[in-house]
Design a protein around this ligand. Structure first.
Ligand code: AMP
Ligand code: MG
Length: 320
């Protein structure tokens, strides 16, 4: 029997009972549990096979709730919250003592966001506690953007996926931390650098692990298909280089005609980087299921969400 259901009351009952429920958000599906339940939080790490040094994002129902989980809010954090919440912005702020150490991997900061999805907002408003919810994929695998993706990963591990349709944004939230009250981007995601800078002025990006020991989850190899994947500036040349193999191509906008290709996916026929971002993981899930020898992924223009997609593709292709 399918574990996919739209029954919010059932999700509430499971979460109240220390169980996990996968939840829809506008970015990707999350694997959610009560932040105050040690049983639930341990189950999140176990189910995902996620290392304990990788802290979890805490999902809250509204801006007022922020004061319950963080001890200090810089002015620019307040501005960003007012502008972008609910939305794909995660902020890392000094934590209150109530937040268990296992959530933050022992750090004195906690990552918080308000997701912008009607089903999950209703769920959060009904519950007496925030939800810890990392992406609902096994560690190092592609993040899920449909309830069916989660079911394929975890049908033997969890009791329910709360169905909220396809994720509108399709890649993870943008993570912003603060140093001396100034915002710093720890992870590029569904909210663009340009959008953030329009509110708070110039912001630095420490998106790479070597630049940023503060975001312990930013491993180089992440979000990866199982099929060998390479990043390409010149698709036609790379197709020639891999002649004779079963080739999948992930193209940004162009229809590429070649007998050497087994499967072609176009991220956005109109060349819209937002559309490309929202289709990225869905397309990678599909290509990864075709038993190809190689996926050749085209690099996107380095603007807006194109930057975030390129970041994910680089992580998907590293160390292979
Ligand atoms: P995920 O929920 O799988 O999208 O991953 C959450 C990411 O948030 C982690 O990999 C960390 O990089 C980041 N994160 C969570 N908590 C903190 C924190 N206290 N300080 C810095 N980064 C954090
Ligand atoms: Mg993740």
């Amino acid at each position: 029997m399918s574990i996919i259901s739209k029954d919010i009351a059932k999700a509430v009952a499971l979460l109240n009972n220390n169980e996990l429920v996968a939840i829809p958000t506008e970015t990707v599906y999350g694997l959610a549990g009560n932040i105050y339940s040690e049983t639930a939080i341990k189950a999140i790490f176990n189910t995902k096979q996620r290392p304990l040094f990788n802290p979890l994002i805490v999902h809250i129902p509204n801006i007022e709730y922020l004061e319950n989980v963080v001890s200090y809010i810089p002015e620019k954090a307040r501005l960003l919250a007012e502008q972008f919440w609910p939305g794909p912005l995660t902020m890392v702020l000094p934590k209150k003592d109530v937040i268990p150490d296992i959530i933050t991997a022992g750090k004195d900061t906690v990552a918080v966001r308000i997701p912008n999805h009607p089903v999950t907002l209703e769920l959060l408003k009904t519950l007496d506690f925030p939800l810890a919810a990392p992406s609902a994929n096994p560690f190092n695998r592609i993040s899920p953007t449909t309830a069916q993706h989660v079911e394929a990963y975890f049908k033997n591990n969890i009791k329910m996926v709360l169905d909220g349709g396809s994720c509108r944004k399709g890649i993870e939230s943008t993570i912003v931390g603060f140093e001396n009250n100034e915002p710093i981007i720890y992870r590029l995601g569904s909210l663009t650098l340009e959008d953030i800078e329009a509110i708070v002025g110039s912001v630095s990006v420490k998106n790479k692990k070597e630049q940023n020991p503060n975001a312990p989850g930013m491993l180089l190899k992440h979000y990866a298909p199982r099929t060998k994947t390479i990043l390409s500036n010149d698709i036609s040349q790379d197709i020639k280089n891999h002649k004779g193999k079963r080739i999948g191509v992930l193209s940004f906008k162009s229809k590429i005609k070649s007998d050497a290709i087994s499967s072609l996916t176009i991220l956005s026929k109109t060349g819209d980087v937002n559309e490309a971002a929202s289709n990225l993981y869905y397309s990678l899930h599909q290509l990864d299921s075709l038993h190809l020898d190689i996926i050749i992924a085209e690099i996107l223009p380095d603007i807006g969400l194109g930057k975030s997609v390129n970041d994910r593709l680089q992580r998907a292709t590293s160390l292979k």
